[in-house]
Write a protein that binds this ligand. Structure first.
Ligand code: NAP
Length: 251
């Protein structure tokens, strides 16, 4: 169960090698979290992530999970919940894709959409139902500012995050009053392996800063978290910029 401050005792990460997710797990383990499940594609990186969390005292288990294999989600994730209650699920998997390449390779673009959106629809629903059966828990979804408004430079990724964001908001409304809390997290540019080598966007942040914002959001039982928080105001303005002008902005 979560403590009085909303910190979970058990955590399931979908996308077990995500730098943002691992920064969050490290932060929560130094608070109260004891059991961490890392769901991800089996790899040395997943084993290394598990070892790193064990080193700081967590009881860590891994489970094979591929966002693109939606038919396997019920069995793979259902198994985790049969082993004990999960207080928090962090939906952290995602791919950025390569916009310039993917515009000319529709199947590559579809893989971005299927990973970020339809993979999250199926994994999110499986976890939501399990959390609802428990009667408690948080589902924390890593969305993105990229989903707030489609940009010329990354609209394939952005549109997948827009779908994910809308899905998570609706799921949060569906679960309102059940004891299950859904929190949508919208980071801007985060320095992680996903963005390695890219030119930094304004207001760039770090996985540790996202972890702090997630912890604060859990304590407040927030429904939406922007990282950094000032992006909420920036995006409120950008959302209303007329398209002929928006097209010319260097975003
Ligand atoms: N970095 C940013 O600027 C930023 C900003 C806003 C939002 N976000 C979102 O935050 C989340 C975490 O990003 P991050 O920065 O921590 O990136 P990251 O370190 O690259 O992590 C991405 C994760 O997604 C997993 N993944 C990709 N395809 C998968 C699949 N088919 N099945 C299962 N797992 C899969 C990767 O696993 P493998 O090890 O198997 O590849 C990895 O664990 C993503 O959803 C991302 O879109 C990131």
């Amino acid at each position: 169960m979560k403590d009085a401050f909303g910190i979970p005792q058990s955590l399931l990460i979908l996308g077990g090698t995500s730098e943002i997710a691992l920064a969050t797990a490290r932060r929560l383990v130094t608070r109260r979290t004891r059991t961490v499940w890392l769901a991800g594609r089996p790899s040395p990186a997943l084993d290394k992530a598990a070892a790193g969390l064990r080193d700081i005292g967590a009881d860590v288990r891994t489970v094979a999970f591929d966002a693109l294999d939606a038919e396997s989600h019920e069995e793979a994730l259902g198994k985790v919940f049969t082993e004990g209650d999960i207080d928090m699920v962090l939906l952290a998997f995602g791919v950025l894709g390569d916009q310039a390449h993917d515009e000319g390779d529709p199947m590559a673009a579809v893989r971005v959409a299927q990973t970020n959106y339809t993979g999250a629809v199926s994994a999110g629903l499986v976890c939501a139902r399990a959390l609802q059966s428990q009667g408690h828990g948080s589902l924390v979804v890593l969305s993105s500012v990229a989903g707030e408004r489609a940009r010329r430079s990354n609209f394939i990724y952005g549109s997948s995050k827009a779908g994910l964001d809308a899905f998570a908001q609706g799921l949060g409304d569906a679960l309102h009053g059940t004891g299950v809390h859904v929190m949508v997290v919208r980071p801007g540019f985060v320095r992680s392996k996903m963005t390695a080598g890219m030119a930094e966007a304004p207001m760039a942040t770090t996985p540790d800063a996202v972890a702090v914002a997630i912890e604060t959001g859990l304590r407040r039982r927030s429904e939406t978290v922007w990282v950094p928080g000032a992006l909420r105001v920036v995006m409120a303005g950008l959302r209303h910029v007329p398209r002929p002008l928006f097209r010319r902005l260097p975003v």
